[in-house]
Write a protein that binds this ligand. Structure first.
Ligand code: ADP
Length: 485
Protein backbone atom coordinates (compact mmCIF):
# COMPACT_ATOMS: atom_id res chain seq x y z
CA UNK A 1 0.00 0.00 0.00
CA UNK A 2 2.81 2.43 0.90
CA UNK A 3 4.19 2.07 -2.62
CA UNK A 4 0.93 3.48 -4.04
CA UNK A 5 1.28 6.72 -2.07
CA UNK A 6 3.05 9.93 -3.03
CA UNK A 7 3.63 10.51 0.68
CA UNK A 8 4.04 7.15 2.44
CA UNK A 9 4.43 8.90 5.80
CA UNK A 10 0.62 9.26 5.83
CA UNK A 11 0.40 5.54 6.39
CA UNK A 12 0.95 5.04 10.11
CA UNK A 13 -0.22 2.29 12.40
CA UNK A 14 0.17 3.80 15.85
CA UNK A 15 -2.25 5.59 18.10
CA UNK A 16 -2.00 9.38 18.44
CA UNK A 17 -2.31 10.55 22.03
CA UNK A 18 -1.29 13.90 23.45
CA UNK A 19 0.68 14.73 20.33
CA UNK A 20 2.72 11.52 20.52
CA UNK A 21 2.64 8.32 18.50
CA UNK A 22 2.14 5.31 20.73
CA UNK A 23 2.05 1.54 20.48
CA UNK A 24 -0.80 -0.42 21.95
CA UNK A 25 -0.50 -2.11 25.34
CA UNK A 26 -2.74 -4.86 23.97
CA UNK A 27 -0.52 -5.52 20.95
CA UNK A 28 -1.87 -5.01 17.45
CA UNK A 29 -4.87 -5.91 15.36
CA UNK A 30 -5.05 -6.65 11.64
CA UNK A 31 -6.57 -4.47 8.96
CA UNK A 32 -7.68 -6.33 5.85
CA UNK A 33 -8.28 -5.15 2.32
CA UNK A 34 -11.85 -6.33 1.59
CA UNK A 35 -11.13 -6.50 -2.14
CA UNK A 36 -8.27 -8.95 -1.77
CA UNK A 37 -8.59 -10.48 1.63
CA UNK A 38 -4.96 -9.72 2.48
CA UNK A 39 -3.72 -8.03 5.64
CA UNK A 40 -2.52 -4.50 4.82
CA UNK A 41 -1.54 -3.32 8.30
CA UNK A 42 -1.08 -4.30 11.92
CA UNK A 43 -2.42 -1.42 13.96
CA UNK A 44 -1.73 -0.52 17.58
CA UNK A 45 -4.38 -1.99 19.84
CA UNK A 46 -4.76 0.46 22.72
CA UNK A 47 -5.86 -0.74 26.12
CA UNK A 48 -8.67 0.81 28.10
CA UNK A 49 -6.05 2.45 30.34
CA UNK A 50 -4.43 4.06 27.29
CA UNK A 51 -7.80 5.41 26.24
CA UNK A 52 -8.03 6.87 29.72
CA UNK A 53 -4.64 8.53 29.17
CA UNK A 54 -5.92 10.06 25.95
CA UNK A 55 -8.94 11.43 27.80
CA UNK A 56 -6.64 12.91 30.46
CA UNK A 57 -4.59 14.56 27.72
CA UNK A 58 -7.68 15.94 26.04
CA UNK A 59 -8.97 17.22 29.35
CA UNK A 60 -5.69 18.99 30.08
CA UNK A 61 -5.44 20.51 26.59
CA UNK A 62 -9.02 21.63 26.25
CA UNK A 63 -9.03 24.79 28.37
CA UNK A 64 -6.05 26.30 26.58
CA UNK A 65 -7.58 25.38 23.20
CA UNK A 66 -10.85 27.00 24.23
CA UNK A 67 -8.97 30.17 25.16
CA UNK A 68 -7.78 30.58 21.57
CA UNK A 69 -9.90 33.07 19.66
CA UNK A 70 -12.36 31.70 17.17
CA UNK A 71 -10.14 33.06 14.44
CA UNK A 72 -7.06 31.29 15.81
CA UNK A 73 -8.90 27.98 15.92
CA UNK A 74 -10.23 28.71 12.44
CA UNK A 75 -6.71 29.21 11.13
CA UNK A 76 -5.52 25.88 12.52
CA UNK A 77 -8.55 24.10 11.08
CA UNK A 78 -7.98 25.80 7.75
CA UNK A 79 -4.44 24.41 7.66
CA UNK A 80 -5.77 20.97 8.43
CA UNK A 81 -8.31 21.32 5.61
CA UNK A 82 -5.63 22.50 3.17
CA UNK A 83 -3.41 19.55 4.04
CA UNK A 84 -6.26 17.12 3.52
CA UNK A 85 -6.98 18.54 0.10
CA UNK A 86 -3.29 18.59 -0.81
CA UNK A 87 -3.14 14.87 0.08
CA UNK A 88 -6.58 13.99 -1.23
CA UNK A 89 -5.45 11.27 -3.59
CA UNK A 90 -3.27 9.50 -1.01
CA UNK A 91 -5.97 9.70 1.64
CA UNK A 92 -8.41 8.26 -0.90
CA UNK A 93 -6.05 5.41 -1.73
CA UNK A 94 -5.63 4.50 1.95
CA UNK A 95 -9.40 4.66 2.36
CA UNK A 96 -10.11 2.39 -0.61
CA UNK A 97 -7.48 -0.11 0.51
CA UNK A 98 -9.08 -0.58 3.92
CA UNK A 99 -12.73 0.05 3.09
CA UNK A 100 -13.18 -1.11 -0.50
CA UNK A 101 -15.14 1.70 -2.15
CA UNK A 102 -14.07 2.77 -5.67
CA UNK A 103 -11.19 5.23 -5.61
CA UNK A 104 -13.24 8.06 -7.13
CA UNK A 105 -15.78 7.68 -4.32
CA UNK A 106 -12.98 7.56 -1.75
CA UNK A 107 -11.36 10.69 -3.14
CA UNK A 108 -14.83 12.26 -3.06
CA UNK A 109 -15.20 11.28 0.57
CA UNK A 110 -11.94 13.06 1.40
CA UNK A 111 -13.29 16.29 -0.11
CA UNK A 112 -16.56 15.76 1.76
CA UNK A 113 -14.72 15.02 5.00
CA UNK A 114 -12.46 18.04 4.56
CA UNK A 115 -15.44 20.28 3.85
CA UNK A 116 -16.56 19.92 7.47
CA UNK A 117 -13.19 21.16 8.67
CA UNK A 118 -13.37 24.14 6.37
CA UNK A 119 -16.99 24.92 7.21
CA UNK A 120 -16.72 24.59 10.98
CA UNK A 121 -13.43 26.47 11.05
CA UNK A 122 -15.38 29.36 9.59
CA UNK A 123 -18.18 28.83 12.11
CA UNK A 124 -15.69 29.05 14.99
CA UNK A 125 -15.82 32.82 14.54
CA UNK A 126 -19.59 32.91 14.77
CA UNK A 127 -20.44 31.27 18.06
CA UNK A 128 -22.76 34.08 19.07
CA UNK A 129 -24.38 34.45 22.44
CA UNK A 130 -27.45 36.49 23.22
CA UNK A 131 -28.56 39.48 25.26
CA UNK A 132 -32.08 39.21 26.60
CA UNK A 133 -33.97 42.22 28.01
CA UNK A 134 -34.07 41.85 31.79
CA UNK A 135 -37.16 40.66 33.61
CA UNK A 136 -36.73 43.30 36.33
CA UNK A 137 -35.50 46.90 36.10
CA UNK A 138 -32.15 46.11 37.68
CA UNK A 139 -31.55 42.85 35.82
CA UNK A 140 -29.43 42.22 32.76
CA UNK A 141 -29.44 38.81 31.08
CA UNK A 142 -26.61 37.46 28.97
CA UNK A 143 -26.45 34.05 27.35
CA UNK A 144 -22.97 32.75 26.55
CA UNK A 145 -22.07 29.69 24.57
CA UNK A 146 -19.16 27.65 25.85
CA UNK A 147 -17.53 24.40 24.69
CA UNK A 148 -18.88 21.30 26.42
CA UNK A 149 -15.36 20.01 27.20
CA UNK A 150 -13.93 16.68 26.10
CA UNK A 151 -15.90 15.00 23.32
CA UNK A 152 -15.35 11.36 22.38
CA UNK A 153 -16.44 9.67 19.18
CA UNK A 154 -17.14 6.15 18.01
CA UNK A 155 -17.51 5.83 14.26
CA UNK A 156 -18.22 3.13 11.68
CA UNK A 157 -16.24 1.76 8.75
CA UNK A 158 -18.46 2.94 5.90
CA UNK A 159 -17.10 6.51 5.86
CA UNK A 160 -13.76 6.16 7.66
CA UNK A 161 -12.80 9.78 7.07
CA UNK A 162 -15.96 11.87 6.90
CA UNK A 163 -17.72 10.36 9.92
CA UNK A 164 -14.81 11.54 12.03
CA UNK A 165 -14.38 15.03 10.58
CA UNK A 166 -18.13 15.64 10.73
CA UNK A 167 -17.79 15.31 14.50
CA UNK A 168 -14.25 16.49 15.21
CA UNK A 169 -14.54 19.68 13.15
CA UNK A 170 -17.50 21.19 15.02
CA UNK A 171 -16.02 19.96 18.31
CA UNK A 172 -12.66 21.62 17.73
CA UNK A 173 -14.28 24.74 16.30
CA UNK A 174 -16.39 25.05 19.44
CA UNK A 175 -13.29 24.73 21.65
CA UNK A 176 -13.75 21.10 22.70
CA UNK A 177 -10.91 18.57 22.71
CA UNK A 178 -11.52 15.29 20.94
CA UNK A 179 -10.80 11.59 21.31
CA UNK A 180 -11.68 9.48 18.27
CA UNK A 181 -12.06 5.71 18.30
CA UNK A 182 -12.23 4.65 14.64
CA UNK A 183 -13.86 1.41 13.52
CA UNK A 184 -11.35 -1.42 13.80
CA UNK A 185 -11.96 -2.33 10.12
CA UNK A 186 -10.79 1.15 8.99
CA UNK A 187 -8.40 2.83 11.42
CA UNK A 188 -5.79 3.88 8.83
CA UNK A 189 -7.85 6.77 7.49
CA UNK A 190 -8.34 8.10 11.02
CA UNK A 191 -4.65 7.79 11.79
CA UNK A 192 -3.78 9.63 8.56
CA UNK A 193 -6.09 12.43 9.71
CA UNK A 194 -4.04 12.64 12.91
CA UNK A 195 -0.80 12.87 10.91
CA UNK A 196 -2.23 15.91 9.15
CA UNK A 197 -3.69 17.42 12.33
CA UNK A 198 -0.21 17.29 13.83
CA UNK A 199 1.27 18.94 10.72
CA UNK A 200 -1.45 21.59 10.83
CA UNK A 201 -0.37 22.60 14.31
CA UNK A 202 -3.43 21.42 16.19
CA UNK A 203 -1.97 21.43 19.73
CA UNK A 204 -1.08 18.17 21.48
CA UNK A 205 -4.04 16.58 23.22
CA UNK A 206 -6.69 18.47 21.26
CA UNK A 207 -7.21 15.71 18.68
CA UNK A 208 -6.42 12.13 19.67
CA UNK A 209 -6.96 8.85 17.83
CA UNK A 210 -7.26 5.67 19.90
CA UNK A 211 -7.41 2.56 17.71
CA UNK A 212 -8.67 -0.47 19.56
CA UNK A 213 -10.08 -3.85 18.64
CA UNK A 214 -12.48 -3.71 21.57
CA UNK A 215 -15.22 -1.22 20.83
CA UNK A 216 -17.16 -2.14 23.94
CA UNK A 217 -14.20 -1.46 26.26
CA UNK A 218 -13.60 1.93 24.68
CA UNK A 219 -17.32 2.68 24.78
CA UNK A 220 -17.37 1.94 28.51
CA UNK A 221 -14.33 4.11 29.17
CA UNK A 222 -15.89 6.99 27.24
CA UNK A 223 -19.15 6.70 29.13
CA UNK A 224 -17.71 6.07 32.61
CA UNK A 225 -14.78 8.49 32.63
CA UNK A 226 -16.02 11.70 34.27
CA UNK A 227 -13.67 13.82 32.19
CA UNK A 228 -15.66 13.02 29.05
CA UNK A 229 -18.67 15.31 28.71
CA UNK A 230 -20.00 14.39 25.35
CA UNK A 231 -20.26 11.23 23.30
CA UNK A 232 -20.88 11.40 19.60
CA UNK A 233 -21.64 8.20 17.74
CA UNK A 234 -22.44 6.99 14.25
CA UNK A 235 -23.46 3.38 13.84
CA UNK A 236 -26.33 1.02 14.37
CA UNK A 237 -29.40 1.81 16.46
CA UNK A 238 -28.60 -1.29 18.49
CA UNK A 239 -25.18 0.00 19.60
CA UNK A 240 -26.60 3.52 19.93
CA UNK A 241 -29.04 2.21 22.54
CA UNK A 242 -26.18 0.55 24.46
CA UNK A 243 -24.20 3.79 24.51
CA UNK A 244 -27.24 5.84 25.54
CA UNK A 245 -27.86 3.46 28.44
CA UNK A 246 -24.21 3.62 29.48
CA UNK A 247 -24.11 7.39 29.13
CA UNK A 248 -27.14 7.74 31.37
CA UNK A 249 -25.15 7.14 34.55
CA UNK A 250 -23.22 10.34 34.00
CA UNK A 251 -26.07 12.12 32.20
CA UNK A 252 -23.61 12.62 29.40
CA UNK A 253 -24.57 14.68 26.37
CA UNK A 254 -25.07 12.42 23.35
CA UNK A 255 -25.29 12.86 19.61
CA UNK A 256 -26.42 9.75 17.78
CA UNK A 257 -26.44 9.13 14.03
CA UNK A 258 -28.08 5.72 13.89
CA UNK A 259 -29.56 3.36 11.37
CA UNK A 260 -31.99 4.19 8.63
CA UNK A 261 -34.32 2.37 6.30
CA UNK A 262 -34.69 4.95 3.58
CA UNK A 263 -37.73 4.86 1.32
CA UNK A 264 -37.23 5.99 -2.27
CA UNK A 265 -40.57 6.81 -3.90
CA UNK A 266 -41.22 7.20 -7.61
CA UNK A 267 -44.59 8.78 -8.43
CA UNK A 268 -46.21 8.39 -11.82
CA UNK A 269 -45.52 12.03 -12.72
CA UNK A 270 -41.77 11.63 -12.09
CA UNK A 271 -39.08 12.08 -14.71
CA UNK A 272 -38.29 8.35 -14.91
CA UNK A 273 -34.77 8.67 -16.28
CA UNK A 274 -33.87 11.13 -13.52
CA UNK A 275 -35.45 8.77 -10.98
CA UNK A 276 -33.38 5.86 -12.24
CA UNK A 277 -30.22 7.93 -12.06
CA UNK A 278 -31.12 9.07 -8.54
CA UNK A 279 -31.90 5.51 -7.47
CA UNK A 280 -28.54 4.30 -8.75
CA UNK A 281 -26.65 6.97 -6.82
CA UNK A 282 -28.75 6.57 -3.75
CA UNK A 283 -28.92 2.78 -3.66
CA UNK A 284 -25.50 1.81 -4.95
CA UNK A 285 -23.14 4.47 -3.61
CA UNK A 286 -20.58 2.68 -1.45
CA UNK A 287 -22.25 -0.50 -2.73
CA UNK A 288 -25.33 0.13 -0.62
CA UNK A 289 -23.37 0.54 2.59
CA UNK A 290 -24.55 3.93 3.78
CA UNK A 291 -27.19 4.79 6.34
CA UNK A 292 -28.92 7.03 3.79
CA UNK A 293 -28.98 4.42 1.01
CA UNK A 294 -32.42 3.65 -0.42
CA UNK A 295 -33.53 0.42 1.26
CA UNK A 296 -37.10 0.28 -0.03
CA UNK A 297 -37.98 1.53 -3.50
CA UNK A 298 -41.70 2.29 -3.95
CA UNK A 299 -42.89 2.77 -7.51
CA UNK A 300 -46.41 3.84 -8.48
CA UNK A 301 -48.32 1.20 -10.45
CA UNK A 302 -48.50 3.17 -13.72
CA UNK A 303 -44.71 3.42 -14.09
CA UNK A 304 -43.67 0.31 -12.17
CA UNK A 305 -42.73 -1.90 -15.11
CA UNK A 306 -41.02 0.89 -17.03
CA UNK A 307 -38.98 1.92 -13.99
CA UNK A 308 -37.98 -1.68 -13.28
CA UNK A 309 -36.75 -2.16 -16.84
CA UNK A 310 -34.75 1.06 -16.86
CA UNK A 311 -33.21 0.36 -13.47
CA UNK A 312 -32.32 -3.16 -14.53
CA UNK A 313 -30.56 -1.89 -17.66
CA UNK A 314 -28.61 0.69 -15.66
CA UNK A 315 -27.53 -1.70 -12.89
CA UNK A 316 -26.55 -4.37 -15.40
CA UNK A 317 -23.92 -1.94 -16.73
CA UNK A 318 -22.27 -1.52 -13.34
CA UNK A 319 -18.87 -3.10 -12.93
CA UNK A 320 -18.00 -4.94 -9.74
CA UNK A 321 -14.33 -5.02 -8.79
CA UNK A 322 -11.37 -3.81 -6.77
CA UNK A 323 -11.91 -0.16 -5.93
CA UNK A 324 -8.33 0.64 -6.83
CA UNK A 325 -8.90 -0.52 -10.42
CA UNK A 326 -10.04 1.93 -13.06
CA UNK A 327 -13.70 1.66 -14.06
CA UNK A 328 -14.99 -0.04 -10.91
CA UNK A 329 -18.51 1.04 -9.95
CA UNK A 330 -19.14 -1.37 -7.10
CA UNK A 331 -16.42 -2.46 -4.70
CA UNK A 332 -16.50 -5.37 -2.25
CA UNK A 333 -18.66 -5.45 0.86
CA UNK A 334 -16.82 -4.90 4.10
CA UNK A 335 -17.03 -8.48 5.45
CA UNK A 336 -18.37 -11.91 4.59
CA UNK A 337 -21.12 -11.37 7.20
CA UNK A 338 -22.28 -8.40 5.15
CA UNK A 339 -22.58 -10.67 2.12
CA UNK A 340 -24.55 -13.22 4.10
CA UNK A 341 -27.01 -10.55 5.18
CA UNK A 342 -27.72 -9.50 1.60
CA UNK A 343 -28.16 -13.14 0.59
CA UNK A 344 -30.50 -13.69 3.52
CA UNK A 345 -32.64 -10.72 2.45
CA UNK A 346 -32.79 -12.06 -1.12
CA UNK A 347 -33.68 -15.60 -0.02
CA UNK A 348 -36.34 -14.30 2.35
CA UNK A 349 -37.90 -12.14 -0.38
CA UNK A 350 -37.91 -15.03 -2.84
CA UNK A 351 -39.54 -17.35 -0.34
CA UNK A 352 -42.31 -14.76 0.12
CA UNK A 353 -43.01 -14.34 -3.58
CA UNK A 354 -40.59 -11.72 -4.88
CA UNK A 355 -39.05 -12.18 -8.31
CA UNK A 356 -35.35 -11.66 -8.99
CA UNK A 357 -35.04 -9.65 -12.22
CA UNK A 358 -31.29 -9.05 -12.01
CA UNK A 359 -28.47 -10.75 -10.14
CA UNK A 360 -29.49 -13.04 -7.33
CA UNK A 361 -26.77 -12.46 -4.79
CA UNK A 362 -24.11 -14.85 -6.04
CA UNK A 363 -20.66 -14.34 -4.61
CA UNK A 364 -18.21 -13.42 -7.34
CA UNK A 365 -14.86 -15.03 -7.94
CA UNK A 366 -11.74 -14.14 -5.98
CA UNK A 367 -10.57 -13.59 -2.45
CA UNK A 368 -12.52 -10.38 -1.93
CA UNK A 369 -16.03 -9.91 -0.54
CA UNK A 370 -17.68 -9.45 -3.92
CA UNK A 371 -21.36 -10.01 -4.55
CA UNK A 372 -23.44 -9.29 -7.65
CA UNK A 373 -25.98 -6.46 -7.43
CA UNK A 374 -29.58 -7.62 -7.32
CA UNK A 375 -33.03 -6.21 -8.11
CA UNK A 376 -36.22 -7.87 -6.97
CA UNK A 377 -39.78 -7.00 -7.94
CA UNK A 378 -42.96 -7.79 -6.07
CA UNK A 379 -41.52 -6.67 -2.72
CA UNK A 380 -43.96 -6.60 0.19
CA UNK A 381 -43.99 -5.30 3.76
CA UNK A 382 -43.57 -8.75 5.32
CA UNK A 383 -40.09 -9.14 3.79
CA UNK A 384 -36.99 -8.58 5.93
CA UNK A 385 -35.79 -5.42 4.18
CA UNK A 386 -39.03 -3.69 5.15
CA UNK A 387 -37.87 -3.56 8.75
CA UNK A 388 -34.13 -4.17 8.53
CA UNK A 389 -31.44 -2.24 6.67
CA UNK A 390 -29.85 -4.49 4.01
CA UNK A 391 -26.61 -2.46 3.80
CA UNK A 392 -25.69 -3.95 0.46
CA UNK A 393 -26.48 -3.97 -3.26
CA UNK A 394 -30.08 -5.19 -3.20
CA UNK A 395 -32.82 -3.00 -4.69
CA UNK A 396 -36.32 -4.21 -3.79
CA UNK A 397 -39.16 -2.67 -5.82
CA UNK A 398 -42.55 -2.28 -4.13
CA UNK A 399 -45.65 -1.36 -6.15
CA UNK A 400 -48.10 1.19 -4.73
CA UNK A 401 -51.35 2.79 -5.90
CA UNK A 402 -52.01 6.07 -4.07
CA UNK A 403 -50.11 8.88 -2.37
CA UNK A 404 -51.72 8.10 0.99
CA UNK A 405 -50.81 4.43 0.69
CA UNK A 406 -47.15 5.12 0.03
CA UNK A 407 -46.84 7.69 2.79
CA UNK A 408 -48.24 5.15 5.22
CA UNK A 409 -45.84 2.46 3.92
CA UNK A 410 -42.82 4.76 3.92
CA UNK A 411 -43.42 5.85 7.52
CA UNK A 412 -44.06 2.33 8.78
CA UNK A 413 -40.62 1.89 10.38
CA UNK A 414 -38.86 2.71 13.62
CA UNK A 415 -36.30 4.65 11.58
CA UNK A 416 -36.42 8.21 10.29
CA UNK A 417 -33.13 9.26 8.72
CA UNK A 418 -33.26 9.88 4.95
CA UNK A 419 -36.13 9.59 2.47
CA UNK A 420 -36.41 10.41 -1.21
CA UNK A 421 -39.12 10.91 -3.76
CA UNK A 422 -39.48 11.83 -7.39
CA UNK A 423 -42.52 13.83 -8.54
CA UNK A 424 -43.32 16.98 -10.49
CA UNK A 425 -46.70 18.10 -9.21
CA UNK A 426 -45.97 20.98 -6.85
CA UNK A 427 -48.76 20.37 -4.35
CA UNK A 428 -47.80 16.70 -4.21
CA UNK A 429 -44.16 17.66 -3.60
CA UNK A 430 -45.11 19.85 -0.64
CA UNK A 431 -47.61 17.43 0.79
CA UNK A 432 -45.31 14.41 0.63
CA UNK A 433 -42.24 16.33 1.90
CA UNK A 434 -44.29 17.37 4.93
CA UNK A 435 -45.78 13.94 5.54
CA UNK A 436 -42.57 11.90 5.50
CA UNK A 437 -41.40 11.32 9.07
CA UNK A 438 -37.70 11.69 8.32
CA UNK A 439 -34.93 14.11 9.22
CA UNK A 440 -33.91 14.39 5.56
CA UNK A 441 -36.03 14.43 2.41
CA UNK A 442 -34.47 14.37 -1.06
CA UNK A 443 -36.90 15.63 -3.70
CA UNK A 444 -35.92 14.71 -7.26
CA UNK A 445 -32.41 13.93 -6.07
CA UNK A 446 -30.70 10.87 -4.66
CA UNK A 447 -27.78 12.68 -3.05
CA UNK A 448 -28.41 14.81 0.01
CA UNK A 449 -25.12 14.95 1.94
CA UNK A 450 -23.39 18.33 2.29
CA UNK A 451 -21.59 20.10 5.09
CA UNK A 452 -23.89 23.13 4.84
CA UNK A 453 -27.11 21.27 5.73
CA UNK A 454 -28.21 19.66 9.01
CA UNK A 455 -27.86 15.87 8.72
CA UNK A 456 -29.66 13.70 11.20
CA UNK A 457 -32.60 11.50 11.96
CA UNK A 458 -35.88 11.44 13.84
CA UNK A 459 -37.48 8.48 15.66
CA UNK A 460 -34.88 5.76 16.35
CA UNK A 461 -32.45 7.11 13.75
CA UNK A 462 -30.86 9.43 16.21
CA UNK A 463 -30.39 12.54 18.28
CA UNK A 464 -28.80 15.79 17.18
CA UNK A 465 -27.64 17.14 13.85
CA UNK A 466 -24.29 17.19 12.08
CA UNK A 467 -23.29 19.81 9.54
CA UNK A 468 -24.62 23.35 9.00
CA UNK A 469 -24.51 26.09 11.62
CA UNK A 470 -26.70 23.84 13.78
CA UNK A 471 -23.95 21.20 13.96
CA UNK A 472 -21.72 23.23 16.25
CA UNK A 473 -24.52 23.64 18.81
CA UNK A 474 -24.18 19.96 19.72
CA UNK A 475 -20.72 20.81 21.14
CA UNK A 476 -21.73 23.96 23.01
CA UNK A 477 -23.39 24.60 26.32
CA UNK A 478 -25.52 27.62 27.01
CA UNK A 479 -24.80 29.59 30.14
CA UNK A 480 -27.22 32.22 31.30
CA UNK A 481 -25.74 35.02 33.39
CA UNK A 482 -28.18 37.08 35.40
CA UNK A 483 -26.74 40.37 36.57
CA UNK A 484 -28.20 42.85 38.99
CA UNK A 485 -26.92 46.31 38.18
P1 ADP B 1 -22.05 -0.88 11.74
O1 ADP B 1 -23.06 -1.87 11.32
O2 ADP B 1 -22.08 0.39 10.99
O3 ADP B 1 -20.68 -1.43 11.91
P2 ADP B 1 -22.13 -0.82 14.60
O4 ADP B 1 -23.07 -0.07 15.45
O5 ADP B 1 -22.05 -2.27 14.78
O6 ADP B 1 -22.56 -0.43 13.14
O7 ADP B 1 -20.68 -0.22 14.71
C1 ADP B 1 -20.43 1.15 14.76
C2 ADP B 1 -19.24 1.39 15.64
O8 ADP B 1 -19.57 1.06 16.98
C3 ADP B 1 -18.05 0.53 15.26
O9 ADP B 1 -16.88 1.30 15.40
C4 ADP B 1 -18.11 -0.58 16.29
O10 ADP B 1 -16.84 -1.12 16.55
C5 ADP B 1 -18.62 0.18 17.50
N1 ADP B 1 -19.26 -0.65 18.54
C6 ADP B 1 -19.79 -1.88 18.41
N2 ADP B 1 -20.25 -2.34 19.59
C7 ADP B 1 -19.99 -1.37 20.51
C8 ADP B 1 -20.23 -1.23 21.93
N3 ADP B 1 -20.84 -2.18 22.66
N4 ADP B 1 -19.83 -0.08 22.50
C9 ADP B 1 -19.23 0.88 21.80
N5 ADP B 1 -18.99 0.81 20.49
C10 ADP B 1 -19.37 -0.30 19.83
Amino acid sequence: LATLLDDPSLLKTQGYVNGAWIDGDTGTFEVTNPARGDVIAEVADLSRAQVGTAIDAAYAAQKEWASWTGKERAQALRKWFDLMMANQKDLGTILTAEQGKPLNEAVGEIAYGASFIEFFGEEAKRVYGETIPGHQRDKRITVMKQPIGVAASITPWNFPNAMITRKAAPALAAGCAFVARPASETPLSAIALAVLAERAGIPAGVFNVVPSSSASEVGKEFCENPKVRKITFTGSTEVGRILLRQAADQVMKCSMELGGNAPFIVFDDADLDAAVEGAIMCKFRNNGQTCVCANRIYVQAGVYDAFAEKLKAAVARMKVGDGLEEGTDLGPLITTEAIEKVQQHIADAKSKGAEVILGGGDVLQGAGNFIEPTIVTGATRDMLFSTDETFGPLAPLFKFETEDDVIELANDTIFGLASYFYAKDLSRVYKVAEALEYGIVGVNTGIISTEVAPFGGVKQSGLGREGSHHGIEDFLEMKYVCMSV
